[in-house]
Design a binder for this molecule. Sequence first.
Ligand SMILES: [Zn+2]
Length: 383
Amino acid sequence: MTFSSFSFKVPGEVIYGENSISKLPEILSTMSLTNVLVISDRGLEAAGMVKKITDVLDAASTKYSIFLDVEANPSCDTVDKATAMYKMEGLNGIVCLGGGSPMDTAKAIAVLASNGGKIQDYEGANKFKSTSVQILAIPTTAGTGSEVTPFAVITDKEKNYKLTVFSYEIVPEVALLDPSMISTLPALVAAATGMDALTHAVESYLSRASSLFSDAMAEKAMELIGMNIRRFVANRGDVEAASGMLLGSMFAGIAFSWARLGDCHAMAHPLGGFFGVPHGIANAILLPTILEFNALADNGKYEKIYNYIKRADNGSSFVPEMLVNEIKELLEQLSIPKTLSEVGVKQELIHDMAIDAMKSGNVLINPRQTLLADIEALYQKAL
Ligand SMILES: [Zn+2]
């Protein structure tokens, strides 16, 4: 066995535990945050999740302002509005409660409040030196893994384009993982976000930029998600399954922070940009098609992934198609749509989406070398 060279750091602190949100005031005080922006969305407000956090802050007399107008696939406009509020109120940190959208927005605010300009100026890797804004992230899905990643994805609505900002400066200082915060998710959201987490683990594991360290994280993620995703979607109040998913999603986030992803994510972003397909659904629909395409490059990892995800041993010796079929069966069990046409994607825009997908750095580290024509054919196949 040969070992590829790597360096590895996990810059944020991870705090996990049942009812760990009760420690919020104590943690904020350690971070010297006295007047924070609570950022979340209207769905979480309606589900009573925002109140759970503000109740804890109120009880400790911690000062805060609230911004809740974060939409799915957050836009540059939303980032500008939230940044203006952050500056106007003279706040000194962010408590971010969400799925990926509030977290991406929080990271983008940190960039703009510290460096000025607009978020489009910072697209790409390390386009600014530092940020002065600390973020405490509380995930409400399992998930994006965004609570431990150095990425923020913001949508430029005028261009239907999702831009990615990358810097270790925007990794939240603290990720607070409490399984009670994901216990009221609707089943389809639990399924879609769970498949996103699984896709993070699988793509980072197969990535040509993977290392021993990222593999260890990805394997733990696949073990936890494979064991718990069905149970969790069936009953989000199952604390053991919720904890497994929350931790699995966090491990997957660390894995792809380093190893990055692949064609599936490169192609999922334009589906969100052009057609507003939720990120988890886009990845879930694409995953079997991409695994089929990448099977030619398999160096033995497919069988390991299969062993983490399979429900039962069927006794036959492994071939990559078994993994593809297992994922298809999993989507069926989780009631996730199977084709892109089912979620409103139109053939006419395949070429435009493929051009955007090719701009993603994830194509370059996909296990099988991929050209524009391949991406077009893969969209066509998944349609
Ligand atoms: Zn993702």
